[in-house]
Each structure stands twice: as structure tokens, then as C-alpha cells.
Write a protein that binds this ligand. Structure first.
Ligand SMILES: NC(=O)c1ccc[n+]([C@@H]2O[C@H](COP(=O)([O-])OP(=O)(O)OC[C@H]3O[C@@H](n4cnc5c(N)ncnc54)[C@H](OP(=O)(O)O)[C@@H]3O)[C@@H](O)[C@H]2O)c1
Length: 236
């Protein structure tokens, strides 16, 4: 990327990607490394030198603490998320629901990102900052036409509520911070692979570039929105 899409951020802005080991997280990190206006981009994941594991609550506060002196950050993106595991494919019907699967989905897609907002919003630059949490259009209650994918849908809908609620608080306490839930569209990755993601998804590099373009257009008035990679405001 020769030109920076994030022109509203200051020259030499600092970025942090959580879930940087995933397809989209890695693509965000690479795009920002090529952004001439980005001074540094740090990537965190479960195996990074400062580890962050959404199944381990204490790891989130510990990571924020370890990064205090590396901030303030102007851009934080959460690209971690969970749709399926070996023995847990998305539920197609009520008879497949279990506490175990719902707890796994909620811990990675909802609880971890919520604590990320708690512990990492204080690391944002008070003059100007963006924080985006990757959600999913299937988390839209209004847009739910097909049913199924109970845990994933519910965990992303709950994430959307937490983002909206936090954005209302930040409007008072950090009025120059923009906080959004962001839908990446279908992207070829390990997460989408069992659902023909490689065939119907876009490359992660393209998705990251499109989402950075959307982020680059945001102002504080957009905080609390649920946005698509196209820039469209999605229904809750
Ligand atoms: N791909 C799509 O079509 C699509 C569509 C809509 C929304 N999304 C959302 O986009 C985000 C990124 O998805 P992706 O396609 O890039 O998936 P991916 O390649 O499977 O990456 C998932 C990321 O989540 C991390 N993760 C999983 N469990 C974790 C935990 N307990 N703690 C911390 N990190 C954990 C993974 O870390 P490890 O490497 O350690 O496993 C990895 O970095 C997700 O939030 C997903 O819901 C994706």
C-alpha cells in the first residue's frame, strides 16, 4: 500500500492488531507495515511474546499492562474470533446446542473482546484513535433469515451490543475515540474453510485493504456503528 487510507490519524500513528496469527489479522498487520504513515504495528496472538488468549481472562489485563509503555495507540483492531473447532461445528438445530460450545463461542467472540475494550481503550491516544472489533453480519438479528449457527450468531450479536454500549460511554470519557463493530465480508481463511470460504471468500489482503478504507473515513459521529467492509451501516 503506497498511500495511507487512514489520513485522519496523525503522521507516525501506532497500531495494534489482536488475533494477528489469523488470516485477516495477519493481512491487517502486513497492510499497516506498508503504510508509510504508520510508525509501528504490533501483532498479538496466543503465541506472541506478549500472549493474549481470550479463554484466559487474566491474559488480557496482563497484555495491556505489558504494552502500557508501548502506547499510546491510534488504531486497535481485534481480528480474533471463533466459528468452529474440531468437535464443534456451528449448530444447525436446537438439538445440537450445548453449554460447552456456547461458552467457547462467547468466550472468544464476546467476553474476550469486551475485556479487550476494558483494558485497551485506556491505551488509546486521547486526541485521536480508532478501535474496531471484527463482528459478522450473521450477528445481525434483523438480517437473520436462514437461522442456524446459534452460538456464533448470538456471540456476535452480544459483541455488537457491548460495542454500542462502550461507544456511548466513550463519547463522554474519550470523545475523540471512534469505536465500531466491523463485518469483513466472506474471506478465505481457516474460519471460513469448512463453508467453502476458499471458493466464495475474498483474499484476506483485499478484505483488510477494504476495511482500512472504511476505517479511514470514520469520524467520532460514526462511533457505535456496525459497519460492513463496504462502508454500509448494518442493521442490528
Ligand atoms: N473469514 C470470514 O469469512 C469472516 C466472516 C465474518 C466475520 N469474520 C470474523 O473475522 C475475524 C477473523 O477471522 P479469520 O477469518 O481471520 O479467522 P482465522 O484465520 O481462523 O483467525 C482467527 C484468529 O482468532 C484467534 N483466536 C482463536 N481463538 C482464540 C482465543 N481463545 N484467544 C485469542 N485468539 C483466538 C486465532 O488465533 P490462533 O492462531 O492462536 O488460533 C486467530 O488469530 C473473526 O472475528 C471472525 O468471526 C470472518
Amino acid at each position: 500500500m503506497s498511500e495511507s487510507p487512514l489520513m485522519q490519524l496523525p503522521e507516525g500513528f501506532r497500531a495494534l492488531i489482536v488475533g494477528a496469527s489469523g488470516a485477516i489479522g495477519e493481512a491487517f498487520q502486513q497492510a499497516l507495515q506498508q503504510d508509510p504513515r504508520c510508525a509501528e504495528v504490533l501483532g498479538l496472538h496466543r503465541q506472541s511474546s506478549i500472549p493474549i488468549d481470550f479463554a484466559q481472562e487474566a491474559s488480557i489485563a496482563a497484555a495491556a499492562d505489558a504494552l502500557k509503555s508501548a502506547g499510546p495507540f491510534h488504531l486497535i483492531i481485534n481480528a480474533a474470533g471463533l466459528l468452529h473447532q474440531a468437535q464443534q461445528m456451528p449448530e444447525k438445530q436446537l438439538s445440537q446446542l450445548s453449554y460447552a460450545q456456547m461458552l467457547n463461542n462467547f468466550s472468544v467472540n464476546t467476553l474476550g473482546p469486551a475485556l479487550l475494550m476494558r483494558h485497551f481503550t485506556p491505551l488509546l491516544d486521547k486526541q485521536q484513535a480508532l478501535m474496531a472489533l471484527l463482528s459478522a453480519k450473521v450477528g445481525s438479528i434483523e438480517d437473520n433469515r436462514l437461522g442456524g449457527w446459534y452460538s456464533y450468531r448470538a456471540s456476535k450479536a452480544a459483541l455488537n451490543m457491548l460495542v454500542k454500549t462502550a461507544a456511548i460511554e466513550l463519547r463522554r470519557t474519550q470523545p475523540h475515540t471512534v469505536l465500531v463493530a466491523l463485518h469483513p465480508g466472506t474471506v478465505s481463511s481457516a474460519l471460513s474453510a469448512p463453508f467453502r470460504g476458499a471458493e466464495i471468500g475474498r483474499p484476506a489482503s483485499q478484505a483488510a485493504a477494504e476495511m482500512l478504507t472504511v476505517l479511514g473515513r470514520l469520524t467520532p459521529a460514526d462511533s457505535g456503528h456496525f459497519l460492513s467492509y463496504t462502508g454500509e451501516v448494518l442493521p442490528w
